[in-house]
Structures are given as C-alpha cells and as structure tokens.
Design a protein around this ligand. Sequence first.
Ligand code: NAD
Length: 523
Amino acid sequence: MEATQTVTTERGAKGPVIDKRSPVSGEPLGTFPITSRDEVFAAVARARRAFPAWRDTPVEDRLRMLARIKDVVRTHGEEYARRISEDTGKPLVDSLLTELMSIPLFIDHYRKTAPKTLARKKVGTPILFPGKKSYIEHFPMGVIGIISPWNFPFQLSMVPTVSALIAGNTVVLKPSEVTPITGEIMDEIFRRIGLPRGVVEVIQGDGTTGAALCDADIDKIFFTGSVATGRKVMAAAAKKPIPVELELGGKDAMIVCADANLERAARAAVWGGLVNCGQMCISVERIFVEDAVHDRFVSLLEREVDKVRVGGPDEHADMGPMTFPRQLETVERHVKSAIAAGAKVLRGGARLDRPGQFFAPTLVTEVTPEMEIYREETFGPVLPVVRVKDADEAVRLASDHQYGLNGSVWTRDVDKGLALASRMESGQVMVNDVVAITGNPALPFGGVKNSGFGRYHGPEGLLSFTHQKAIMVDKGKLDFEPFWFPYREKYAPMAQAFHGLLGGNLPKALLALTKLRKISEKG
Ligand code: NAD
C-alpha cells in the first residue's frame, strides 16, 4: 500500500484537518487538526529539551511513572475500548484485549526485567590484559521518532513508545491518520500520567507529517507500516544518517501436517486469519495443507467460517468492518485475480450489502504461488488454502517468499513441529498455535526479508533504543604494561605468550608475561 494514502483531509478554520469517518456506517466522526511541519519541529525541540532530565531519572523512577498508565487504563479502559472500536470498527473484545491489555503486560514485564537489562554488565578480559576489568553499558539514544499504522493503532504505538521511554529516551509519536481518535486517546493518557513536558509528544497527520518527523532532529526512527513507506523512511534516515528499525508486512504461513489436531487447527486458522478482520501483520495468509488431509481440513474450515458473525462493535460480532477503505479495494482485487487465475471461492469473496466497509469472511482454495493473493499481503478477511504434497514442500514454499514475519506449524509430534519451525525463514514461528506469540513480552518480535529488521519486545526491545558503550578499567594494582614501550628484546617472549595463549598453555603464557615484565622494568 502506498504511503500517501490518507483519510480525506480538509482545510479547517485553523488549517488542514483529518476528516474521520466511521468504518461501520461511513458517518462523520469529527475532524482532527494536522500538526504542521513547523509544529513537528517544535515538538521535537521540546522532546530534545526534556531528554537530559529524563535520561538522568533512574530507571526505577521512570518505570514507576510509566506504571501510572495501568491506573489510567484501568479507570478509563472501557471508555477507551469503545473509542478505539469507533475509530477502527473492531469488536470491543479486541479493543480491550489486544489493544489496551497489552500495555499493562509489557509494563509489568519491564518493571521486573528492565533495571537488570539496562544495568552495566561485567564481561571477561583476556589474561593478556592483566589488572583490567571490562564492562558494557547502555545509554539512551535521545529523541526517538515513532511512526505507527492503523491496524492496531494503540498497541503498535504504545509498546514501542513505552519501551523507548523506559530505556531513557524521549519520544515524538505519530500515529496513523486513519485512526486519529486513538491518537487522541494516547495523548490523553500521557497527559494524565503527568510526565514532564516534552517527554512524549503526540503529533497527528498523514505521510507529510511522518516525513517531517523523519526530517526533524531525531536520533532514531522506529517505523511500523508498509514496505513502500518503510523504504522512504529508511531513505530519509540515510540522509542523516540515523538508525532505523522497520516492522513491515507479512504473509504468514500456517503448515498443517497430516498428523495435526485438525479441529483445533481449523478453529485457529479461522481466528488467526479473520481476527481484526485479517488486518494484522501476523494474520494467517497462506494455509499449506498436506494432501492427505486437505479435503477434510477444508470442510472443517467451511464449518468454522460459517460460524463467524460479522457486524459493528455494537452488534457484539466476531469480526468487524475493514478499518481503511483503500485496503478493502486491495482485498477485492486479490480475490478477483485469484478467481481469474483458477482459485475457488468456497465462502464469501465480496463486500457485504450493508453500509460501511464490510467484506465477507472468505475462504479460497486451489491457491498457487503465482497468484497475487499468494505473493502480496492481502491484509483482509481472506483464508487462502494451498495444497501441498508434504511438510517439506510446505516449509520450502513458506520460506520462499518476500516476507518472513511469522508462521505456524501444526502437528501432534511436538519435536517434529519444532524441527519444522527451525527450518522456516521467519522472525517468529508457533507450534500448534497462532498469534499468541506476540503477546509474550519476553519474546523478541520482528521480521526478516521484506518484513523488516530489528527486534522489539523482550530485552532487545529496550536495548534497541540504546547505544552500547564499552568500558575498560585499569584498577591500578599492577604498574606494568607488557605491550607499552620500550619494545627492545620483547619480541621472543611476546611470541611465547602468543603461542602459549593460542595453544591453551597457560603456564607458558604466564612465564612469557613475567619475562616481558622484567624487560619493561629494566626500561
Ligand atoms: P503505511 O506504510 O501506509 O503507513 C504507516 C505510517 O507511516 C502511517 O502513520 C503513515 O502516516 C506514515 N507515513 C506515510 N508516508 C510516510 C512518509 N513518507 N514518511 C514517514 N511516514 C509516513 O502503513 P499502514 O497502511 O498504516 O499499515 C499497514 C502495514 O503495516 C501493513 O503492511 C502491515 O503488515 C504493516 N504492519 C506491520 C507490523 C509489524 O509489526 N511488522 C504491524 C502492523 C502492521
């Protein structure tokens, strides 16, 4: 998807605004001022001024302040869930569970682990450097620009923001223009917890605002979104240059072996492919089924798809509308071109005849690797099934793809599942489950190939917002340096020390060091 997509923007009394419409009804939901380029630069300047004091605040105190987010979410969670659902169209359960609840999980995890992760660590020092100690420290980068997408507008903004803050950085966050209501909620939350001015700045707007943020005086860009925009962001970062982390698209492979628990796998495929209306970077988008169980598995999928209730958040349905109108067009195009290329649509396949951006839960079989629906990210409520000879063929096809974000393997033999998982070219793989992996804050998350690079969540999720500093200390106990001047006749004992160390002959090396010492002392 091209980055220039916007929800309609208009000129309000005070400048351009985002004109937000309901994905459920198409009705207007309000206008939201777009942050101008000058205001973006001013926000970054405020974050820059706030940085030294925030950096010097002990990590325990930073964590204590950020933990207030949990209180705010507890008090206002139901209201926020309603507003996120209004913004995105997703069921209230999803807003509560996959958006809001993710933040307390991460904060609790980092309250336990962050002080240790960010602390100075002692590492070994070779015997060649007697009397010295070595350490690794991590220090925050400065101002982090975070740019996020619309599919999980809260979680995908808040987790990197909170991680960067815990690591001691200040943040300027630009949520997606498609979900400005969630942008407003996050701004409210950071105001409510009373962080010092400038520690987090939320700016609203489309690609122009994001591009202005990339041009501003920031020290790293953490970007989540499409490959096309990721390339532009990386090009902008290259001009400075500053580090960039890209969390991009995916095309999850689900490998269903003949010995799998097919009932469970079918329920998982339908939930993993249709939750959030399939608008998920780790949505099940390619289901490889071994020939021996293909037909049986497909009928189980039909049964499960038939149970899915579609509707808006007020209808307490399982699946809502699509959040972004242009994505609906992509889904339609993929399904149409798949049919033209010989695929069979067994369920759904078209928009629903009701107002709003609804697309029917769709099951497509006889999908092959040449089809657009197989090659490109669909990001919609579509389950494409691919028939394979065996698990080896499935692993080969799963990995032979532009994306490598996430996948799953289904078999009753867990050892076999692990072995297949290890062979998949993917940032994450689950055995006998889908999606849940992203909810474990201890596990690193990120992709390979066109799915991007860098990891967040887990210890990497904090360390990636820091620079490393190597420190070596001479404690002053030995006033002798074997390698300093004068060199004189040092060559022979040095060669002995060298051979002793390489050969694991410690006495020989120590003897050589003693000779070196004598030569140095003669000085
Ligand atoms: P997008 O690339 O269109 O937009 C993402 C963000 O980039 C938005 O905030 C947008 O305003 C901003 N932007 C647009 N042009 C810009 C520019 N030139 N410079 C800076 N910022 C710019 O993506 P989207 O449609 O919002 O999100 C969907 C995509 O995100 C899918 O491909 C999906 O797979 C991916 N995604 C990845 C992950 C992950 O963790 N890997 C998670 C969720 C979504």
